[in-house]
Write a protein that binds this ligand. Sequence first.
Ligand code: MLT
Length: 266
Amino acid sequence: MASSGRPRVLEARPPAHVTPRGTLLLIHAFPANARLWEPQFALADEGWHVVAPHLRGFGDLDEGTPPDTRIDDYAADIEGLLRDLDVRQAVVGGLSMGGYTAFALYRRAPSLVRALILADTRAEADPPEARQNRLRLIEAARTGGVAAVADEMVPRLLGATTHARRPEVVARVRELIAESHPDAPIAALHAMMTRREATSLLGSVSVPTLVVVGDEDVLTPPALSEAMARGIPGAELVVVPGAGHYPNLEDPAAFNAAVAAFLGRL
Ligand code: MLT
């Protein structure tokens, strides 16, 4: 049941006629999987080798992961993946839990990170009440499986506009959640509730950084992203209107335009 080692990846390579620009590694949010990034594979057309790993147990009905997983385990898996792929430096993007993992990767192997994209994430650790909520959701996941996690999370993951106007996005998120091993959300909840704070890291981030957030995100409200962007020297902030916690899926055109403009300036 234990899983570790090289994560499975989805990837898209630039077309033959486009000059390669480098690797864009995208780390998914909880409780989705690497398929969350499907709309971003179009960025391969700009010359990027887009690599999206499934974190342990996510997107995999067959292989679980131990309940004492840490964010640093995810970061170690990704560091190993980049080294296996012989990637010396990547632009590292993380959405929410993927952002926590991007911070952990930057802390353990800064030379691997060419630039950061921090989407709908936060630098703070969990306060006590958030830990209590995690423990409650772990219990719900133990008894009700990934369906219970979806019931709890989906109403808050997507913005009000998406819930009202894009039922296909809501359905897609439910599908993504259903694709995971039941161990995966339990392990991830443990990983998130034990993560280190990253606020003390912000001032020393020395790579170009893009902070993105949906303006209807209720899980990581825009004010947190504004503060995070202010804390990182030279960081840019883009707010995606009409999107919630998954702006890359809720408004791929706006999200990809922000990312492409940022990548174009590297
Ligand atoms: C996520 O989207 O990865 C999670 O909602 C983050 C969190 O719960 O802290």
